[in-house]
Design a binder for this molecule. Structure first.
Ligand SMILES: [Zn+2]
Length: 250
């Protein structure tokens, strides 16, 4: 398997800046092979970013708290040249040019707020790479929710999630597949494979723009329909209550 060659076939070039969400099982590669291929594809002047979320892990320490977003993220985080942002629940790790600047100050912001690492990446031409996973793993959509000031950001995914310096949360992503159709309509998705895994590459900025557009048209459009989902059920109730109050005023 040649991960770098597969990525080049998808249009990835030296100096590209990527946020990568991947299923190693779908690719058929181990984490080190995957990371080496990603770094080879973007070169020394490129940047590779992965989510290293810790959610409700107590006592977060960016230097030691393991990532809970998969083996690839944990392997990249523990590379000697990796930089990790200091957000208590939604940190990212990055290797390459500009990694420290990308990660700086994340502890002062809400999870995927404006100017958080994935927002910075998207706004500076960064690409989202989904390898063997769908848009349910596309964290940049959460950035779009913050840019749209979605009504439900104050409700955590789980009521036990710890609060930091901000009371806004990146929450449920089960319905994020809804963004794929508008992105395809806009023709910004490049399709291919990495190893055995179906792969999509797209500009982060387009992901954010289409998320904001979808939320303007349908403010609760990214809520899932699972009745057991704390965030989405409560958000829907509040949304309906607010619409009821508006109707009463009319
Ligand atoms: Zn949900």
């Amino acid at each position: 398997m040649d991960v770098a060659s597969d990525l080049r076939s998808l249009g990835i070039r030296p100096r590209d800046r990527l946020v990568v969400h991947a299923s190693l099982r779908a690719v058929g590669a181990d984490a080190e092979t995957m990371i080496d291929g990603l770094i080879e594809a973007v070169g020394a002047d490129g940047l590779v970013v992965v989510p290293t979320f810790t959610y409700d892990t107590p006592g977060f320490d960016p230097a030691i708290t393991p990532s809970r977003t998969g083996a690839l993220s944990e392997a990249l985080r523990t590379r000697p040249d990796a930089v990790r942002s200091a957000h208590h629940s939604h940190s990212v790790a990055a290797v390459g040019r500009g990694a420290a600047a990308l990660c700086a100050g994340h502890d002062l912001l809400a999870a995927t707020d404006i100017d958080s690492p994935l927002d910075r990446l998207a706004m500076t031409g960064g690409l989202v790479v989904l390898i063997g996973v769908g848009h349910v793993a596309n964290t940049t959509i959460h950035v779009g929710e913050f840019r749209a000031a979605a009504s439900y950001l104050a409700i955590p995914f789980d009521p036990d999630w710890p609060t930091g310096g901000d009371d806004r949360f990146a929450g449920c992503s089960r319905a994020f597949g809804r963004l794929e159709a508008p992105l395809r309509e806009r023709r910004v998705i490049r399709d291919g494979r990495v190893g055995r895994a179906v792969t999509q590459v797209m500009p982060g900025r387009a992901v954010i723009e289409e998320t904001v557009a979808l939320l303007r048209a349908s403010p609760l459009g990214f809520l899932c329909t699972d009745a057991r989902c704390y965030r989405c059920s409560l958000s829907r109730l509040r949304g309906e209550r607010d619409r009821g109050a508006e109707a009463d005023r009319d």
